[in-house]
Design a protein around this ligand. Structure first.
Ligand code: EPU
Length: 415
C-alpha cells in the first residue's frame, strides 16, 4: 500500500491518542498466564495486535475484539509446540516465550520478527530464562524452552532491555520462589505490564525502578484491565504540532508526566505548551532554536521518537543533531529525506541536519514503523505530491493514522 500526500504547514486541531502499542503487544501474550477469562481495554486496533489475536486463536483461545476491548478465554488444553508462523511478523510475539514458560514450563516457537533496526539479539532474555532453570535449544528457525523446575533467581541484565525485563517478569510470576531482576528497564510500558499481572494476583515489587522483585504464585485469576495511552503516538502528533504553522495541535487522552524529555525539548526550542491533566496543546513559533539530542532509556529521550525529531530539525536554522544510542541502525529514513532534498547526513551513530531545508516532492519508501511516521511528517513540509510506498509498516503500530492526520487538515490518501 502507499499514501499520497499534498503537504501543507497549517495543520491544526485535536487528536485522541490510542492505547500504547508497546504495552498491548506485551499484555496480549501475557494474558495466557491467566487461569480465568479476562478483559483488556484501550487496546489499539493496529496490525500487530491483529497478528497477536490470530496467534492466540491458532493456539486455542477464543478472542473477541470490538471497540478497543479485547476479551480472551482459553478453549482447549494448550499445546506448547506453537506452530504459528504469524509469530515471525512482529517483535512482541517473543513474549509468548516468557508467558508459556511461566504457564506450561515449556514452549517451542518461531523466532520473532519486527522492525529492522540493526542487530537485535535476545541473549538477555535467553540467559535470564536459563537462570530460572530453563534449557534453551535452537531447532532450525525455532526456539525450544523447557524447565523441569522453574525456580526464582537473581538476574542482572547487561543492559536495561525493555523486552528482556518484560519476558523475564512473565516467566517469573509463576516460577517457584523469588526472582530479582536488577538493571531492569523502567519504561512506562513495563509498569503497565506489571500492573496488569498484579491485577491478576501476581506479586511484584519495584515496578518502574531498576530492581524488580517477583514472588511466584501458582494461580492467576481473570482481570478487567485498561492499558495506558501511547506516549510515542502522542509524541508523533506533538512533533507535527511543532512543524505546523496553524493554531496548534491538542493531543487528548495522554499522560504528560511520562513524556517530560520530549516536552522539555519542545519547550526549550521555543514551542508554546499548555499541559493539562490528560491533554497537551502545542503551538509552534517562527523562531525555533536548533538542538542536539541523544536517545536514552526512559526517562531519557525515546529512541522511538528519534527519527521524528530529525524531521523537526529540517525546518530550523542551523546545525542540529540526533545521537542514537539504543539501536545500531535506526537511520532508514535518512536516504528518503535526502530524496526530498534534505541536507542530512549520518556520521557514526549521529544524524546531522543543516537547516532550514527546502523540501521537494518525491517518491519515498517507508522501511519501518517510525520511518513511515517521520516521512509523513516530512511530507507536510512541501506542497508537492509526496508518495510513500510500503506504508503498511505504519499500520502495524498507529491506530487510524490516515483519519487522524486528515482530521488535522492534511490531504492524505491511501491506496
Ligand atoms: N539488546 C541486546 N540483547 C537483548 C535484548 C536487547 O543486546 O537480549 C539490545 C538491543 O539490541 C538494543 C537494546 O538492547 O540495542 C535495547 O533493546 P530493548 O530490548 O530495550 O528493545 P526491544 O524490547 O527490542 C522495545 C520496543 C521498541 C523500543 C525499545 C526501546 C517493543 C515491541 N519494542 O524494543 O519499540 O524502541 O523497546 O524503548 O516493545 C517501536 O515502537 O518503534 C519500537 C521499535
Amino acid at each position: 500500500m502507499k499514501v499520497k500526500i499534498r503537504g501543507k504547514r497549517r495543520l491544526q486541531g485535536t487528536v485522541e491518542i490510542s492505547g500504547a502499542k508497546n504495552s498491548a503487544v506485551a499484555i496480549i501474550p501475557a494474558a495466557v498466564l491467566a487461569d480465568e477469562p479476562l478483559t483488556i481495554r484501550n487496546i489499539p486496533d493496529i496490525q500487530d495486535v491483529r497478528t497477536l489475536i490470530a496467534i492466540l486463536q491458532e493456539i486455542g483461545y477464543s478472542v473477541s475484539f470490538r471497540d478497543n476491548i479485547l476479551r480472551i478465554k482459553q478453549l482447549t488444553k494448550i499445546d506448547p509446540d506453537i506452530g504459528s508462523e504469524e509469530v515471525k511478523k512482529l517483535r512482541g510475539s517473543y513474549y509468548f516465550m516468557g508467558a508459556f514458560l511461566g504457564k506450561l514450563k515449556k514452549v517451542k516457537i518461531y523466532a520473532s520478527g519486527g522492525c529492522n533496526l540493526g542487530h537485535r539479539p535476545i541473549n538477555f532474555h535467553l540467559d535470564g530464562f536459563r537462570k530460572l532453570g530453563a534449557n534453551v535449544a535452537f531447532e532450525g528457525e525455532r526456539i525450544a524452552l523447557s524447565a523441569p523446575k522453574l525456580k526464582g533467581a537473581s538476574i542482572a541484565l547487561g543492559f536495561p532491555s525493555v523486552g528482556a525485563t518484560i519476558n523475564l517478569m512473565l516467566a517469573a510470576v509463576k516460577a517457584r520462589g523469588e526472582t530479582v531482576i536488577s538493571n531492569a528497564a523502567i519504561e512506562p510500558e513495563i509498569v503497565d505490564v506489571g500492573n496488569f499481572l498484579t491485577s491478576m494476583g501476581a506479586i511484584i515489587e519495584g515496578l518502574g525502578t531498576p530492581t524488580i522483585k517477583i514472588k511466584g504464585v501458582k494461580y492467576l485469576h481473570g482481570t478487567d484491565f485498561t492499558i495506558s495511552p501511547d506516549r510515542i503516538e502522542a509524541g508523533t502528533f506533538l512533533i507535527l504540532g511543532a512543524l505546523s504553522k496553524g493554531k496548534g495541535i491538542t493531543v487528548k487522552n495522554v499522560e504528560p508526566e511520562k513524556m517530560s524529555s520530549l516536552l522539555n525539548l519542545l519547550r526549550g526550542i521555543g514551542c508554546e505548551l499548555k499541559i493539562g491533566m490528560n491533554e497537551i496543546h502545542i503551538k509552534s513559533s517562527d523562531n525555533l532554536r536548533n538542538f542536539h539530542v541523544t536517545t536514552k532509556p526512559y526517562p531519557g529521550f525515546p529512541t522511538d521518537l528519534g527519527q521524528l525529531a530529525t524531521v523537526l530539525m529540517l525546518v530550523i536554522e542551523g546545525n542540529s543533531s540526533l545521537k542514537e544510542t539504543i539501536f545500531s541502525n535506526r537511520f532508514s529514513h535518512v536516504n528518503e529525506l535526502k530524496k526530498m532534498g534534505a541536507d542530512i547526513r549520518v556520521e557514526g551513530d549521529t544524524i546531522h541536519v543543516q537547516g532550514p531545508c527546502k523540501l521537494k516532492k518525491a517518491t519515498l519508501v517507508a522501511h519501518d514503523l517510525r520511518c513511515a511516521a517521520a516521512l509523513i511528517l516530512a511530507s507536510t513540509l512541501t506542497p508537492g505530491l509526496t508518495v510513500i510506498e510500503n506504508i503498511d509498516v505504519l499500520l502495524r503500530g498507529y491506530e487510524n493514522p490516515i483519519q487522524k492526520f486528515r482530521s488535522l487538515g492534511l490531504n492524505i490518501n491511501i491506496e
